[in-house]
Design a binder for this molecule. Structure first.
Ligand SMILES: NC(=O)c1ccc[n+]([C@@H]2O[C@H](COP(=O)([O-])OP(=O)(O)OC[C@H]3O[C@@H](n4cnc5c(N)ncnc54)[C@H](OP(=O)(O)O)[C@@H]3O)[C@@H](O)[C@H]2O)c1
Length: 278
């Protein structure tokens, strides 16, 4: 896999983190190219990673075995249209990380024979701690799946979905999820400060506790409900706090929040997808 040529269309937040992750994982920078329209970003990527970055996408994909589409969903139809001719008979794998753009739309824009993998990553990919879900169209081979997995594994964990509709739920969980945890950390810090800690004390105690809880949950054989019970002694302080949270309906609040995110994901697919593929 490390001898495949990979082209990134769009070298913004996600493009940068994926390129950085691949290089950290031992990929040869001579085998990675980029296309980026923003001149300042183009220069920054060349400087940071020592890869070739072009203004136009045709130059970036000339030798590509794998093309990663890392541009905003709104412009995906136009980008795919520019690639369609190049892809005819090329056998190149296309990986799209755009939120809300379905495999049918990508196939419609890129051509019916194109192997396409749709990925929903999340921002912790920026620190190699991402969670990506992947789903493929019927032109994709086992080798393509391994290639896509190797790219996404460079920035975190990967999970395949068999049914594309599950990506809406995954988007609500892992795609949008970092923001829920940031919000929880934010409000804990504010409460801690209002109760007498200074900002840096509140920050470090909150963030280290979040990290420790996540690590414990990942490494433990117990599920999260058991871990919660283990730190909740009857009549103790944690029980008092949890009573407030459950009494305020935390379960319903998160169920409603995830449903709202999933509904928006479905709506975005309708807004930006190919009408003809519907
Ligand atoms: N960021 C996330 O947390 C996240 C999570 C999951 C999925 N995603 C998906 O990842 C994709 C990229 O997101 P991002 O946050 O990395 O966006 P971004 O930072 O805006 O990066 C996209 C880059 O592509 C450039 N670009 C636009 N048109 C181009 C073209 N024709 N050729 C080459 N480059 C072009 C943009 O330049 P201009 O600014 O000049 O247009 C921009 O620098 C999106 O589809 C998003 O849905 C992002």
């Amino acid at each position: 896999m490390k001898n495949k040529h990979i082209a990134f269309i769009g070298c913004g937040n996600m493009g940068n983190s994926l390129i950085g992750g691949l290089l950290a994982d031992g990929y040869d920078n001579a085998l990675i190219t980029g296309a980026e329209t923003d001149p300042a970003r183009r220069e920054a990527v060349v400087k940071r990673f020592g890869i070739e970055v072009f203004k136009d996408l045709q130059s970036a994909v000339t030798r590509a075995d794998i093309i990663v589409l890392a541009v905003k969903p709104q412009i995906m139809a136009g980008i795919c249209g520019q690639l369609r001719e190049h892809l005819q008979g090329s056998g190149s794998l296309v990986i799209s990380i755009a939120a809300g753009i379905e495999l049918d739309s990508l196939g419609h824009w890129l051509g019916p024979a194109c192997p396409v993998i749709r990925v929903m990553p999340n921002t912790p990919a920026l620190v190699q701690s991402g969670a990506s879900v992947l789903v493929s169209n019927s032109n994709v081979t086992a080798e393509h799946r391994n290639q896509a997995e190797a790219i996404m594994r460079a920035v975190g964990i990967t999970l395949w979905l068999e049914d594309e509709s599950q990506i809406n739920t995954a988007t609500a969980v892992s795609g949008s999820g970092p923001a829920y945890f940031f919000l929880v950390m934010e409000v804990i810090q504010k409460a801690a400060m209002s109760m007498g800690l200074d900002a840096s004390q509140a920050r470090i105690l909150t963030l280290q506790t979040a990290l420790g809880a996540a690590r414990m949950a990942l490494e433990s054989e117990s599920d999260t409900a058991q871990l919660r019970k283990q730190v909740t002694s009857p009549g103790g302080t944690t029980e008092q706090a949890l009573n407030v949270l459950t009494g305020a309906g935390i379960e319903r609040i998160f169920a409603d929040a995830l449903k709202a995110a999933s509904d928006r994901s479905i709506e975005l697919a309708r807004l930006y997808g190919a009408q003809e593929s519907k």
